[in-house]
Design a binder for this molecule. Structure first.
Ligand SMILES: [Zn+2]
Length: 837
């Protein structure tokens, strides 16, 4: 049945509409005025779908019949407004005619002409207006940088009517067809029909694409800032495309590092910055007028050929009227060594005055002023066992002295047996109460009468002990009780030989590694770090730059402190208020120490205080240096470096100094590729920021946490150490890897998290590195990795090599996993992650 027809019949039969009846009675005289007819659109007189070119005019018509006569209005089918002119848009237009002038693609769409005359139902007709225009293409990102072997989505938007045929090509104009490389070759059509979003999904970006893309990418805005350009070029150079970052990030990001540094003798970035500094300083020592003392020391180092053991022994003797027995025997085999003149504790004190320590006992002396001195006595710490070459070194020393092979083996037996028995005494006494006991000198003499304390202190302090105010702290009392009994049975000559060999070994490890320029500069840096830092600052760093980077670095450090403060306030470990307050107070009192430029006066005094060095006698100079360095007169008010640790102070490695709660950042690290004031902040945070955070975390590691900011141990600190959340994290780290130092891993893990948060809390995660199209997030990890890149490729399962360190850091950091889209089965994405704080 025809629905329209039946409806009309029905309408004809329906009741009249009183109100409209009169009105229509005049107009439609031929028709029965009492009948009403709903509207009906006359297709013949109404426009149908039109296609026009952009810019033309179009007129749409609509005619409708009905009784009463219908009125017509126009609307857009999609609910959008009708564009009448540039400034006028309306929801509907009344009248049979809709004029659209200067058609644009905005006019495109379906229009409805709706006819109404008060008699339901209204009717409408849908007229489609199509606007033809040539294809227009735009892309949101013109250049997309992708590390090799990463997935990428290239987006391209196309506007065209009629629908265009869309395809992708490479530079060679060949159409890319669906293949293993490019899949999901899908076309997405947006809401507006004529807009196609073309998406190409490339699973693996080929080297070609990158090589073609990178040089272009990293020019542009980096222009004029060569350091930033160089940094990104190096990072990209070191990448190895054949390795998946989620399988081994170290191999992915560091593979070509070796090649870039092939001819250099250092093994990593730390070695690199050390060498840079040594080269600059060697240049200075060779060409500039260095202070006389330094110059002589440097010259004597270069001239010293072989290790002159005998010379050392002639300068440092075991007693006033005593020679070393081995030396005396070599000179005159018939002479009998005067045993009775030998005083063990006197010889020990003489040697200790050259910095020798930790043999027979460990003695720390701190002068509070000219009269007050505090002395800590304890059993030697086990260090010899760590040195695997200890035996070989003893052999070499005897050989260098000219001892014949037969005697060497008997000496070696004797030394080994003393070492062994002393070790036993230490081990047996180790179970005793380790508490520190405060004693007076009289107490000490009474408690251990078999040891000649008078001669020991007189020699060691170079003053009569009764004229001084001694504060003695004794640890390991049981050891001191057993020691004299043990020594009593030993032959004096044997003990003297024993001390001599130990002393020569101590000297050996304090000698330069060689006698080339760079070896000698390294030696100077170790022994005269204050002077060498001064020289470095004066010759290499313009004062304004030094001031500039000081500001910059303190800004970074403050940001790092704030970031850690945020963690502490979040209190993930659920610590008590007292504990959190303890941590915050310690954090806020941790300071960063940059080597500051010492005053000229200070340096003048420093140079004046140096011993008279001779330019052709290294042994003499070395001994003179040691003597001065260990004496009470060697007082430096401004401790630029930790004097107790000559190995650390000779290098550029930053470290945390527990008793002063300071992080010391030497100059060496403030060089490229670690730092430059003009580097982009992202680079600064990802290496230097990481390093500073790492050092800061040593203030809160399992040792550091037990100390308060004043350098003293604190009970609250201990209570945090015993807190189950704290120890659980330490366990977690230990379970991941049997490591030599859980604290190093802890500092690493937190170091990267803090540095990352410190940077990205102020920078959008989605940002691209300026001048490149690389996401900053990725560059953060790639640059961090540069710090760990190394030539050593050997994997020591139990040692904490660079690769293991980097991987442990990243494996435990969700942000890394997310950034590189690692999946659960990947090596870099273990299920369990360790997190402290
Ligand atoms: Zn560390």
């Amino acid at each position: 049945m025809n629905f329209e027809k039946s409806r009309e019949e029905k309408t004809c039969a329906c009741v009249l509409n009183r109100r409209e009846k009169k009105f229509y009675a005049f107009k439609k005289s031929h028709f029965d005025i009492f009948y009403t007819v709903p509207p009906n659109i006359d297709d013949a007189l109404t426009s149908s779908d039109v296609i026009i070119r952009e810019g033309d005019n179009v007129t749409l018509r609509c005619k409708a019949k009905g009784s009463p006569e219908p009125s017509i209005k126009w609307k857009r089918d999609d609910g959008l407004k009708i564009v009448i002119s540039k400034t006028m848009e309306v929801t509907e237009v009344e009248g049979d005619i809709l004029e659209l002038e200067r058609i644009s693609r905005l006019h495109m769409g379906a229009y409805l002409c709706i006819a109404t005359n008060g008699v339901p139902p209204s009717v409408s007709k849908r007229i489609k207006v199509s606007v033809d225009f040539s294809p227009m293409v735009w892309i949101p990102h013109q250049l997309v940088g992708v590390p090799m072997f990463f997935n990428v989505t290239l987006e391209c938007f196309i506007e065209a009517n009629p629908t265009s045929l869309n395809y992708w090509t490479r530079e060679n104009d060949h159409m890319i067809t669906d293949s293993y490389k490019y899949n999901d070759f899908a076309e997405e059509t947006l809401r507006k029909k004529f807009r196609a979003k073309k998406i190409m999904y490339i699973k693996k970006v080929q080297l070609m694409l990158l090589v073609a893309a990178w040089p272009y990418l990293i020019t542009g805005q980096t222009h004029g800032q060569d350091v930033n350009k160089q940094q990104i070029e190096n990072i990209l150079h070191d990448l190895n495309a054949n390795i998946q970052p989620c399988q081994s990030f170290f191999d992915y990001s560091c593979s070509n590092w070796k090649q870039r540094h092939q001819s250099d003798y250092y093994k990593d970035i730390t070695g690199l910055v050390e060498l840079k500094m040594n080269k600059v300083l060697a240049e200075f020592m060779e060409t500039q007028p260095a202070k006389a003392g330094l110059k002589s020391y440097y010259e004597s180092c270069k001239k010293a050929g072989t290790i002159e053991m005998e010379k050392y022994l002639q300068i440092v003797r075991p007693g006033k009227d005593l020679e070393w027995p081995i030396l005396e025997e070599l000179r005159n085999p018939n002479l009998i060594w005067p045993k009775e003149n030998f005083q063990l504790l006197e010889t020990l004190a003489i040697l200790q005055n050259y910095g020798f320590n930790n043999v027979l006992m460990n003695v720390e002396i701190r002068w509070e002023d000219n009269k007050k001195v505090s002395i800590t006595l304890q059993a030697p710490e086990k260090t010899e066992t760590i040195d695997k070459n200890s035996h070989l070194k003893s052999l070499a020393i005897l050989k260098l002295l000219g001892v014949n092979t037969a005697r060497i083996s008997s000496y070696m037996q004797q030394i080994t047996s003393i070492d062994k028995s002393l070790q036993e005494v230490v081990t047996n006494a180790a179970n005793s109460n380790d508490a520190v006991i405060p004693l007076t000198l009289d107490d000490l003499k009474q408690s251990y009468p078999l040891l000649n304390w008078d001669i020991f202190f007189k020699t060691r302090l170079e003053e009569r002990p009764e004229n001084l105010e001694l504060k003695i702290l004794l640890k390991n009392w049981e050891y001191f009780q057993k020691l004299p009994d043990h020594l009593k049975n030993q032959d004096k000559e044997l003990l003297c030989n024993y001390l001599m060999i130990k002393f020569l070994k101590f000297l050996l490890q304090d000698m330069p590694k060689g006698h080339e320029k760079l070896d000698c500069v390294q030696d100077l840096r170790k022994k005269f770090s204050i002077a060498m830092n001064y020289v470095y600052q004066q010759t290499l760093l313009p004062r304004s730059l030094a001031e500039n980077y000081k500001k910059d670095i303190f800004k970074i450090f403050t940001k790092i402190q704030k970031t850690f403060l945020k963690y502490l306030n979040e209190n993930r470990l659920n610590l008590s208020t007292t504990q959190v307050e303890f941590l915050i107070s310690k954090l806020m009192n941790t300071t960063l120490l940059l080597p500051s430029i010492a005053s000229t006066d200070f340096m003048d005094n420093y140079y004046k205080s140096l011993p008279q060095f001779e330019s052709n006698n290294y042994a003499f100079n070395h001994v003179a240096y040691l003597k001065q360095h260990s004496s009470k007169r060697y007082i430096i008010q401004e401790l630029l470096f930790n004097q107790q640790d000559p190995i650390l102070s000779s290098s550029s490695i930053p470290y945390y100094h527990r008793s002063s709660n300071q992080i010391i950042l030497p100059h060496g690290y403030l060089q490229l590729p670690i730092y430059d004031v003009n580097l982009h902040a992202l680079y600064k945070y990802s290496i230097l920021g990481f390093i500073l955070s790492h050092e800061l975390m040593h203030a809160f590691d399992s040792i550091g946490i037990t100390y308060h900011s004043n350098g003293l141990q604190h009970l609250t600190g201990y209570s945090i150490l015993q807190h189950k959340g704290y120890s659980a994290t330490l366990d977690c780290i230990h379970q991941q890897h049997v490591t030599a130092s859980v604290n190093e891993r802890l500092a690493d893990l937190l170091g990267v998290r803090i540095a990352y948060d410190a940077y990205f809390s102020e920078n959008s995660l989605e940002k691209l590195l300026p001048g490149t199209n690389l996401p900053e997030k990725r560059v953060f990890f790639l640059n961090l990795s540069q710090f760990f890149c190394s030539k050593m490729n050997i994997n020591y399962p139990e040692h904490d090599d660079d690769k293991m360190r980097l991987h442990d850091i990243l494996k435990n950091f969700e942000e890394f996993v997310e950034t590189f889209q690692c999946s659960q089965n990947d090596k870099m994405h273990p299920k369990e992650k360790c997190r402290m704080w």
